[in-house]
Ligand binder design. Structure first.
Ligand code: AMP
Ligand code: MG
Length: 439
C-alpha cells in the first residue's frame, strides 16, 4: 500500500512554517503498514495544487492532503480537487447548518466567506471537523484507462483525503476519519522501526561492514536497514513490515542481532539513547568507577568545556563527574594541571605528549580515576601543513594506563569541537567496556 502526502500552503513553500504534518502523518501510516512514498509541498496557487493532485493520483492508493480548506481566498484545495475530478462544487446543506449553528453559539455573525467551507465537489464527501469550521473532504478518483497498463501493480483507484492544515485539527481528523480507512485497506500490516547508533566510523565504512555481513543493507530486504548521519553519529534505521506485530517484532529483533554481530560494540545505543547517557550508565554500574567515585575529570583546550558539558548533561552526574579544567592558554596547562613548559615548547600545545600530560595532570590534581584530555586545532585558522585544522589529540588516563590518539576531524569549528568531545566519550566508553577501540 502506497500513500503520498501533499502539504499545501505558501507559508510552507516560503519556509516560514516547517511542514510537521507530513512527518507526523508518515509515522501514523507506517504504524499500520502503509508506505509513504512521497512528501510533496505546494503553495496556495490552484494550478499547482491541481497538478500535484493529478500527478500523485496514479502513483498511490491514498493521497493525504493538508492545508488550503479554510474560508479565505488563498484556500483553494477544494476548488483544485473539483477541477481534477471535473465536477462542480455544490452546497452541503447539513454542514452549512452546522456552520450557522457554530457562529450563532459564538454570538458572532458568520462571514459570507465561511459558506465556501460547506461546498464540496459533486461525488465527494465532507469529513466532520470536531475542532474547527473547516470540514475535510474525501473522494475516490478512478484510474484513467492508460494507467492500468502503464503502471504495473499500482491499484486502479486513489482515495484522496483533504484535511485542515492546523496540526491540532488535522491530527484529530486523521486519527478518527482517515487512518481507519488506510488500516482496513492494508489487511493489518504493521511497520515496526528501531534505530541503532554508532560513533567513530564513517557512514560508508559502517555500510561496508553491514554489506560484508549478509548484505544487510540490500534494498529489497525486509526488515530493511538504512543509514543516516547526524552530528557525527551514524545511525542504522531498521524497518520491519509484516502482517502481524508479533512477526514484525521477531524479525526486527533478528535483524538487530545481525547488525550487532556485524558492528559489535561500535553500536553504543538505540532509539533515544545518547552517547553521554550511555557512558553515564557504564560509570554508574562500573564497580571500579564506584570505588573511585566520583570518577571522571576533564582537561580541555579546544573544546572549551564541551566535554564537561556532555558529561554533566546527565541528571545525577555529580556521582561520577568530579571537575573539569579548561586550559586554553599554555600557562593554564602548566599552572593548573602541571604540563611542563618544556613539553609545550618542544612539541607544541597540539601534540600527543601534551595531551597525555594534560590527562595525567588532571587525574593527579583531581584524584579522579579517569581523566580525559583534549587539545586540538578547531579552526578556521591555526592549521599548518603537519597539523591541519581538525587535528585533535585526545588522551585518557585510567587507573592502569594512559592512552593517547590523534584524530583529524573534518568540518567547521563547531563540528570539530563536537566530534572531539564525542570521541573522548567514546574512548572512555571502550575503556569502561574493557574492549579495544575498533577503529
Ligand atoms: P490552512 O488549513 O491552510 O489554513 O493552515 C492553517 C495553519 O496551519 C497555517 O497557517 C500553518 O501555521 C499551519 N499548517 C498548515 N500546514 C501545515 C503543515 N504541513 N505543517 C505544520 N503546520 C501547518
Ligand atoms: Mg493555508
Amino acid at each position: 500500500m502506497r500513500a503520498i502526502i501533499l502539504s499545501i500552503g505558501d507559508e510552507l513553500t516560503l519556509g516560514q512554517t516547517v511542514d510537521t504534518n507530513s512527518a507526523w502523518i508518515s509515522r501514523q501510516l507506517a504504524a499500520v503498514g502503509c508506505n509513504a512514498v512521497r512528501h510533496l509541498t505546494v503553495g496556495d496557487a490552484q494550478s499547482d495544487i491541481e497538478s500535484a493532485i493529478r500527478d500523485a493520483v496514479p502513483l498511490c492508493d491514498f493521497l493525504i492532503c493538508s492545508g488550503g480548506i479554510g474560508p479565505t481566498e488563498d484556500d483553494l484545495t477544494r476548488q483544485a480537487l473539483a477541477a481534477v475530478m471535473g465536477m462542480e462544487l455544490e452546497l452541503d446543506a447539513a454542514w452549512m447548518a452546522r456552520l450557522e449553528e457554530f457562529f450563532r453559539k459564538l454570538n458572532r455573525p458568520m462571514s459570507p466567506l465561511n459558506s465556501i467551507q460547506a461546498m464540496v465537489p459533486r461525488g465527494a464527501t465532507l469529513i466532520e471537523n470536531t475542532v474547527g469550521t473547516a470540514a475535510g473532504i474525501t473522494a475516490t478518483i478512478q484510474a484513467s484507462a492508460d494507467r492500468a497498463t502503464s503502471l504495473h501493480g499500482v491499484p486502479l483507484e486513489c482515495r484522496i483525503f483533504c484535511m485542515p492544515g492546523v496540526p491540532k485539527e488535522m491530527k484529530v481528523m486523521f486519527t478518527r476519519d482517515v487512518l481507519p480507512h488506510v488500516q482496513a485497506a492494508g489487511g493489518g500490516a504493521v511497520i515496526l522501526s528501531r534505530t541503532l547508533h554508532t560513533f567513530g566510523m564513517g557512514e560508508s565504512n559502517v555500510a561496508d561492514l553491514l554489506k560484508a555481513h549478509g548484505d544487510l543493507m540490500q534494498r529489497d530486504r525486509n526488515p530493511s536497514v538504512g543509514t543516516t548521519v547526524s552530528e557525527g553519529v551514524v545511525s542504522l534505521r531498521l524497518n520491519a513490515r509484516f502482517p502481524s506485530a508479533d512477526q514484525a517484532a521477531r524479525e526486527l529483533n533478528a535483524t538487530e542481532a545481525s547488525c550487532r554481530a556485524a558492528l559489535g560494540d561500535l553500536i553504543y545505543g538505540q532509539d533515544h539513547q545518547t552517547l553521554p547517557a550511555v557512558v553515564a550508565g557504564l560509570l554508574f554500574e562500573d564497580p571500579l568507577a564506584r570505588k573511585w567515585a566520583p570518577a571522571v575529570a576533564t582537561a580541555e583546550s579546544c573544546t572549551g568545556g564541551l566535554l564537561a558539558k556532555y558529561l554533566t548533561d546527565i541528571p545525577g552526574s555529580s556521582r561520577y563527574f568530579r571537575q573539569g579544567y579548561i586550559t586554553y592558554q599554555n600557562e593554564a596547562k602548566t599552572n593548573l594541571i602541571g604540563v611542563p613548559a618544556e613539553l609545550l615548547a618542544e612539541h607544541g600545545a597540539v601534540s600527543e605528549p601534551v595531551a597525555e600530560a594534560m590527562a595525567k595532570g588532571a587525574q593527579c590534581q583531581s584524584g579522579a580515576a579517569f581523566a580525559l584530555a583534549i587539545t586540538g586545532i578547531a579552526g578556521p585558522g591555526g592549521g599548518t601543513l603537519t597539523k591541519p585544522v581538525g587535528t585533535v589529540c585526545i588522551a585518557l588516563a585510567s587507573p592502569q594506563r594512559v592512552q593517547v590518539r590523534t584524530f583529524v576531524f573534518s568540518g567547521d569549528r563547531e563540528m570539530i569541537r563536537d566530534r572531539s568531545a564525542k570521541m573522548a566519550l567514546t574512548l572512555l566508553r571502550f575503556q569502561l567496556l574493557g574492549k579495544p577501540v575498533p577503529f
